[in-house]
Design a protein around this ligand. Sequence first.
Ligand code: CA
Length: 221
Amino acid sequence: MSNQSIGLSDRLYQYLIANSVREPEILTLLREETLQHPLVNMQVSPEQGQLMGLLVQLIGAKKCLEVGVFTGYSALVVALNLPDDGRLIACDVSDEFTSIARRYWHEAGVDRKISLHIAPALETLDRLLANGESDTFDFAFIDADKNNYAAYYDRCFQLVRQGGLILVDNVLWYGRVADAAMDGDPRTQAIKKINQQIYHDDRVQISLIPIGDGLTIARKK
Ligand code: CA
C-alpha cells in the first residue's frame, strides 16, 4: 500500500509530483520524518495536501476542523493557508503521533493557529455543538477511524456553515470499496456506507476525486 494517488502508474505519478507539487520545505521535512513511521500510509499525499491548501484559500476559510491528525501534515497545510487570525481545531486521540505534529507546527510558526484536542473526536465535536458553534466552521477534514465516519460526517455537517466544505478521506479505500472479497471487512463496510450516504445527501454538492486514496469534497448547500 502507498498513499500516492490511487490508480496512477509510478511513472505518471512521479511526473505529476515533479510538475505540479510545490511543497514548502517544512512539509517535506515532516513528510520525510513520517516515512519512517510504520503507519506512514495514514499521512496524506503531497498532491492531496496541495489541493486542500488550495480549497482553504478558495473559500477564504478562517475557521477549520480536522478529525484525525496523525503526525500533522494536513493540519500544517491547512494552517499555512489560513490567514493570521485563522484557527484550526484539530482532534486526535494520540499524544504520541501528535507530538511529532506539534514540533512541526511550532517550527513553521503556525502553532498559535492550531488548537489540538486529545480526546475521542466525537466528544470534542459534541462539545463544539453544545457550545453553540453550529454553522460556524468553513472547512472540515475527516480522516480518522473509519467506523465512526458516519457520526463524524453528521457532526461536521452541523458545524460547517452554508457554503462551507466537508472533506472525507480514504473514500476509495485502496480499491477495496469495489472488491467483493473485502465486503466482510467492517472498515470497508463503513466507507461504503458513508459513500452511499453522502451520494444520496441532497443537502450537499459533491465530487469524489481519485487523489490520494480518494477524497470526497462536499459543499453544504
Ligand atoms: Ca487518510
